[in-house]
Design a binder for this molecule. Structure first.
Ligand code: SAH
Ligand code: SF4
Length: 399
């Protein structure tokens, strides 16, 4: 892979207009889930913003101060039953239960790997399902929850199992927040009246199924709920959004959410990245890196993560490593080297250990941390890029 380096559009163009963002958002809205209303007419309160919750509470003739209480019970205490809301009198509890529910996705299957990684298949109200993975830290007292943002994906990255699945639909706010809350339920991790809240599920990575920036509205609203100080209260520093490079939405995510950014780079030349990550044809490397340079809040303390899946003989040469460090020079960044995780029918092989270490050393010598990610949960197909659920719709193009 010593071909001369060629980048299209040497200077990043700035046609990243509001119009382009509006187009992406409008297309994305076509894939939104059905509204969260049960057949009996009760509304799911999970996923509503505080303002929306207030509107529901006022609409049933109750006072606005109830919003704070109910919010606390749902998102701080993890209540799923109005009868547990001890600060609310019994008659109102009953009234709330007649009008509303506090929903959770159903864990259709839960598999635990030999390394304690746990994969959930969550089923939603319309029967669609998505996978969520809990990856405990080997230190034992914390871990990351890898959350899905869509059922399937419109993009077709060649090395990714999810990419072989059609986009069925976006996940809604309640379904995104619900994955985290339901995972927490299984670890009993809500505050107890006696003592400290455990914090096993201490970080969120939006690295499950789907492209979060092609479901921006729902993802953003879900993250605002998760970051709300009177609820789950996870700080934006504990949330990482991974994108294959939806450049116009990166700016917006940075401004509005300020979460950590991970970028799936995987190749240092446009011709190869066009093949591996077809979205590159739309937003080539120079534009992607320009968006990284603009990303608000990127500092040495809060670096951008470049993800680079190591594919034997494809993108793992020393020349690739040298070009990588040239490209990202000046960006506060680290490079996560991900050994390729095979899945049934995949066309690539993982790089050798030697290739991985040689690559890592070149990146590190250039001053970038270059951890090699240990695959987790491979025995249950829970590792990066292995998630997929059964669906049969045709692949729809959103990009
Ligand atoms: N759509 C987003 C987030 C989900 S993918 C994105 O592409 O960034 C999460 C990460 O897993 C990405 O970096 C992706 O490139 C990587 N990945 C996909 N398939 C993989 C595989 N088979 N082996 C290792 N990593 C993979
Ligand atoms: Fe979609 Fe990300 Fe997989 Fe690409 S790597 S197909 S963007 S989930």
């Amino acid at each position: 892979m010593n071909a001369p380096v060629k980048l299209r559009r040497a200077e990043p163009v700035s046609e990243l207009t509001e119009a382009e963002r509006a187009k992406i958002l409008a297309k994305s809205a076509r894939f939104n889930p059905p509204p969260h209303v049960l057949p009996d007419g009760r509304r799911d309160l999970v996923g509503l913003s505080r303002e929306e919750l207030k509107a529901e509470i006022l609409a049933i003739g109750e006072a606005a101060f109830r919003v704070k209480q109910i919010w606390h019970w749902i998102y701080h205490q993890g209540a799923t039953d109005f009868a547990r809301m001890s600060s609310i009198a019994r008659p109102l509890q009953q009234k709330l239960a007649e009008k509303f529910v506090i929903g959770r996705p159903i864990a259709a299957t839960v598999q635990t790997s030999l390394d304690e990684t746990r994969k959930f298949l969550f089923r939603f109200r319309d029967g669609q399902a998505a996978e969520t993975v809990y990856i405990p830290d080997p230190a034992g007292d914390r871990g990351a929850v890898c959350i899905s943002s869509q059922v399937g994906c419109t993009l077709s990255c060649r090395f990714c199992h999810t990419g072989t699945q059609t986009l069925v639909r976006n996940l809604g706010v309640a379904e995104i927040v619900g994955q985290f809350m339901a995972a927490r339920d299984t670890y009993g991790e809500w505050p107890s009246p006696h003592g400290e809240t455990p914090r096993l599920l201490s970080t969120i990575v939006l690295m499950g199924m789907g492209e979060p920036l092609y479901n921006y509205e729902n993802v953003a609203r879900a993250m605002h709920i998760i970051m709300d100080n009177e609820g789950i209260a996870l700080s934006r520093r504990r949330i990482t959004l991974s994108t294959s490079g939806v450049v116009p939405m990166m700016d917006r995510a940075g401004e509005e959410l300020g979460v950590n950014l991970a970028v799936s780079l995987h190749a240092v030349r446009d011709d190869l990245r066009d093949e591996l990550v077809p979205l590159n044809r739309k937003y080539p490397i120079a534009e992607l890196l320009a968006a990284c340079r603009r990303y608000p809040g990127a500092t040495n303390a809060r670096r951008i993560t470049f993800e680079y899946v190591m594919l034997k003989g494809v993108n793992d040469s020393e020349a690739d490593a040298r070009e990588l460090v040239r490209l990202i020079a000046g960006i506060p960044a680290k490079v996560n080297l991900i050994p390729f995780n095979p899945w049934p029918g995949s066309a690539f092989e993982p790089s050798s250990g030697n290739a991985l270490h040689r690559f890592a050393k070149i990146v590190m010598d250039a001053g970038f941390a270059s951890p090699i990610r240990t695959p987790r949960g491979q025995d249950i197909l829970a590792a990066c890029g292995q998630l997929k659920t059964e669906t049969s719709l045709k692949k729809e193009k959103l990009s």
